[in-house]
Design a protein around this ligand. Structure first.
Ligand code: SAH
Length: 235
């Protein structure tokens, strides 16, 4: 199936409207992803139908779990641009910042920004180091997919979120233990109890979970710690 047809039937199933222009942007993004994939190892997914479902629709489901309109959003560990680019393409009013610790991936994210004419801030940094600077508590929403266990990821993401904002992690259906384990970390970092939203990825048997942690209070200044400490003794 063509990417355009997958999106045309899948997006309404998710309840996420897509413009013709967005579909064309997804096509251009897919072509660039495949062009650079050999060099950068951006995705294991081959073929447009699979990419449309397992990357694009999978990430578009986020737009149903919270209002992204006009929000400042940071994607932590964006890699090839997921979920950041699908969110920006489907909701252009988002002010997007894509962060990755691997420089060649950030260069790819910049290339997408230029070639698709999509404004974005593409930052080569470790997320925990960004929280020491002026990006600390500056975003309405932090999103992340496939970067780390939720307790570790919370320490990377929650310090970047404003009080009143939220951190949304994309997790698998079998993440109960991981979510339970992260409740304490969320609390220590100024977050609320993790809440789970599930959606089916159209045309697959995959159930995706968006785990939402509301930012209720400022993160104490001692967090985030250095990555070595975060990993050695997760909250
Ligand atoms: N989110 C993408 C990529 C997942 S792979 C997707 O779902 O397809 C994980 C990515 O996180 C890698 O690109 C890696 O470089 C990045 N990463 C890992 N730890 C990080 C950190 N502390 N700060 C920023 N990026 C990080």
């Amino acid at each position: 199936m063509r990417l355009e047809d997958v999106l045309k039937s899948g997006a309404p199933e998710l309840g996420v409207p897509l413009s013709e222009n967005a579909a064309a942007e997804f096509r251009a993004y897919y072509e660039l992803l495949m062009l650079r994939n050999a060099e950068f190892n951006l995705t294991a997914i081959k073929g447009e139908e699979e990419a449309a479902r397992l990357h694009f629709l999978d990430c578009l489901g986020l737009l149903k779990v919270r209002d992204f309109k006009n929000k400042s959003v940071v994607d932590v560990g964006s890699g090839g641009g997921f979920p950041g680019w699908p969110v920006k393409i489907a909701e252009p009013s988002v002010n997007i910042t894509l962060v990755d610790s691997t420089e060649k991936k950030v260069n790819f994210l910049r290339e997408v920004s230029e070639k698709l004419n999509l404004p974005a801030e593409c930052v080569h940094a470790r997320a925990e180091e960004l929280s020491a600077g002026n990006m600390r508590e500056s975003f309405d929403i932090a999103v992340s997919r496939a970067v780390a266990r939720l307790n570790i990821l919370s320490e990377l993401c929650l310090p970047l979120v404003k009080v009143g904002g939220a951190f949304i992690a994309m997790k698998a259906a079998d993440s109960d233990a991981e979510i339970a384990e992260a409740a304490r970390a969320a609390r220590l970092l100024g977050g609320g109890e993790p809440k789970v939203f599930e959606y089916a990825v159209p045309g697959t048997y995959i159930v995706r979970r968006a785990v939402i942690i509301e930012k209720l209070e400022p993160t104490p200044g001692k967090y985030p710690r250095r990555f070595g400490a975060i990993k050695k003794a997760p909250l």
